[in-house]
Design a protein around this ligand. Structure first.
Ligand code: UD1
Length: 370
């Protein structure tokens, strides 16, 4: 029996590991699957609610790392994760996405000669000012199995000289969670609670340092809200980073004064899926939400200059608007008046990615001597 450790740290990781956990349970004699939660995200609304809703078991190890500078957070994850690795001596470590916990645990594993599987490999924004781009590049350069969610990932990895034998186009694992929870999310009462009707609101999430860490960035966002709220309701579940920054720059009163803006605490997975599927438009700087809106066929405007998920623009419903407030407002108004971009669901975003990954891991690990 092979021991596999999967790492979760931050909010977008939970919905990627949950389907993999379920798929690995189908091979009870082949794998023992352990989950390590680094504690990068620790607020119940950013972490526990996802374990409950995604039916993830309580993590086998909780590292309690918490917030800090990039160096502090990454170093603390490494120190604590190394202890777990020494105790468990796994045959494989699975990391997902591009957060600091992803690179920290990959690095520890690679240095201990334990193979690393990276789920969501190969995505590139080509913008090295994004911390996630550094995490993606470094993780992929030391991973042994690279599971890719869209064709651009394969192209990027090959260009970077990754051995083709390590690359597996397996599909989008986050869509597995969406597919398996869509029905349950349909029963959420969030619309009623917020007195919303389908197609009558804009759903917003914004938390990227490039958007929210400066006063100018936040002021631009607020002016977009002020202009759009004159036309329709805006629903904004706020990330802790954004909340902290609004407070730092004394902009809380200005946002609270916007009529038609519903300012919420971060939502759970099911409530958020429910709202996303019924929004007229989603305005975001998240990575995963660009993909989820593409799956739902809901128009998405991404307030970033680039995306590491180009398929959401090429075949999906995503439009990159950058930080040009006039463009964001104008494009939003176009969507509200019915000028929407039609999209289609990308290849292998079918809810079966985790099954494919588990199957590949069975084949690969059984042929290894370790
Ligand atoms: C992290 C990821 C980002 C991902 C995002 C999803 C990195 C480099 N960034 O960004 O890629 O899109 O998660 O949410 O890994 N905080 C809390 N409670 C929490 C967690 C954070 O209050 O449970 C606050 C703290 O003030 C902290 C700040 O949010 O300093 C930032 O947290 P951090 O984990 O450093 O990065 P995120 O912005 O959440």
């Amino acid at each position: 029996m092979k021991t596999i450790i999967s790492v979760v740290g931050a909010r977008p990781n939970f919905m990627k590991v949950a389907p993999l956990h379920k798929a690995l349970q189908q091979y009870p004699t082949a794998f023992r699957h352990l989950i390590v939660h680094t504690g990068q995200h620790y607020d119940p609304a950013m972490s526990k609610v996802f374990f409950d809703e995604l039916e993830l078991p309580k993590p086998d190890f909780y590292l309690g790392v918490g917030s800090g500078s990039h160096a502090q957070q990454t170093a603390k994850v490494m120190t604590e994760f190394e202890k777990v690795m020494e105790l468990q001596r796994p045959h494989l470590v699975v990391v997902v996405g591009d957060v600091n916990s992803t690179i920290a645990c990959s690095l520890v594993s690679a240095k201990m000669n334990v193979p690393v599987a990276h789920v969501e490999a190969g995505l590139r924004s080509f913008d090295r000012t994004m911390p996630e781009e550094i995490n993606r590049l470094l993780t992929d350069s030391i991973a042994d199995y690279l599971f890719v969610s869209e064709p651009s990932g394969v192209v990027n990895l090959k260009r970077e000289g990754v051995d083709e034998k390590k690359i597996f186009f397996a599909g989008n694992i986050m869509i597995d969670s969406l597919v398996s929870h869509r029905e349950k999310a349909g029963r959420s009462t969030i619309m009623k609670d917020l007195e919303l009707t389908p197609g009558s609101f804009i759903l917003v999430t914004l938390h990227r340092p490039s958007n929210v860490d400066t006063k100018e960035g936040l002021e631009s966002i607020l002016s977009v809200f002020e202009r759009l709220a004159a036309r329709t309701t805006i629903v904004f579940p706020m990330h802790p980073r954004t909340k902290k920054m609004l407070s730092r720059y004394n902009l809380e009163q200005r946002i609270e004064a916007i009529k038609n803006l519903k300012l919420l605490e971060p939502l759970g997975y099911l409530d958020f899926l429910h709202l996303m599927e019924r929004a007229k438009l989603v305005l975001t700087d998240s990575g995963g939400i660009q993909e989820e809106t593409t799956f739902f066929g809901i128009p998405c405007l991404t307030m970033r200059e680039n995306t590491e998920r180009p398929i959401t623009v090429d075949t999906g419903t995503n439009i990159l608007c950058g930080l040009d407030t006039d463009l964001v407002v104008q494009t939003s108004l176009d969507v509200l008046s019915g000028k929407v971009k039609k999209g289609s669901i990308p290849e292998l975003w079918d809810g079966k990615t985790a099954e494919r990954i588990a199957k590949i891991l069975v084949q690969q690990l059984s042929s290894e001597t370790k």
